[in-house]
Design a protein around this ligand. Sequence first.
Ligand code: NAP
Length: 301
Amino acid sequence: MTAKILDGKGLAQEIRAEIKVEVKKFIEENDIQPTLAVVLVGNNEASKVYVRNKERACNEAGLKSLIFRLPAETSSKELLELVRKLNADASIHGILVQLPLPKGIDEKLILDAIDPEKDVDCFHPENVGLVSQGRPRFLPCTPYGIQQMLIRYGIETVGKRVVVIGRSDIVGKPMGMLLLQKGIGGDATVTICHSRTANLVEIAKQADVLVAAIGKAEFVTADMIKPGAVVVDVGMNKIKKDIVDENGEKKLVDKLVGDVDFNGVKEVAGWLTPVPGGVGPLTVAMLLKNALTGAKRQAAK
Ligand code: NAP
């Protein structure tokens, strides 16, 4: 079997085009431009790229983005002051603090300080609680994107066995929670695995839908997959890989790979997301959606 590709990049473009239409309508009706504030602290190169991508995506969809770049030496107190200022600014509808924060900054303290009504990453305990109760204000971007992908590809989750590998607050736990909820894109029987899980291979092999959010390059191999399963690869891992270039010479190059051994797993799975071009673009699309939701909620008050 050769798995069909779940084209996250293409789908994200579609979703972003839909959001652009919604944003235009919202601006016409309310005379307010939905605005996302993004806070970047320090010099993490990957974070700089993510922030640039988010800024570009906002601009393309008609949202305003305000980027606040702070030096790595910023203290928790200074960052807290900025967050409070952004909370109080009615022209800002979403606040995102790019992670990871430099060592020495209390991440929990900062994320908990973001106004839950502007918490577009859906990290605030109040928003996490609302998601788990099935009455979300915002949905966490990466799991939200994955759920949309399953829905839009017509992949049924009701009654299906879903296995999520990874229990982070950003991906694994909220992913399990969304797929567990009643309704469209939910109603699955969910198992969340982690580094202490016994018999991981056997459990993974029972999955109709397997979500890998581990952070270990090509960890999920073909022997862990039920034939025909849907495999969603959240991982983004930079590795060095030997390639043979067009002149037949061997070279060591940087490569972005997922948590799934794509070439092996594609022979067993029914559906598979690529890396890059799978989950990543959807995460950005759903961030725009959340920023628009923030603006709509604020306007409705
Ligand atoms: P994380 O916080 O490091 O969590 C990794 C999870 O994997 C943990 O729960 C850990 O278990 C589990 N794990 C580690 N080794 C394992 C093993 N041998 N067997 C079973 N479980 C194991 O990572 P994250 O933030 O969730 O991110 C996961 C990956 O997704 C990373 O590659 C990240 O870059 C990527 N990511 C991508 C996007 C996107 O938009 N595409 C968004 C977010 C993250 P313990 O809890 O027991 O330690």
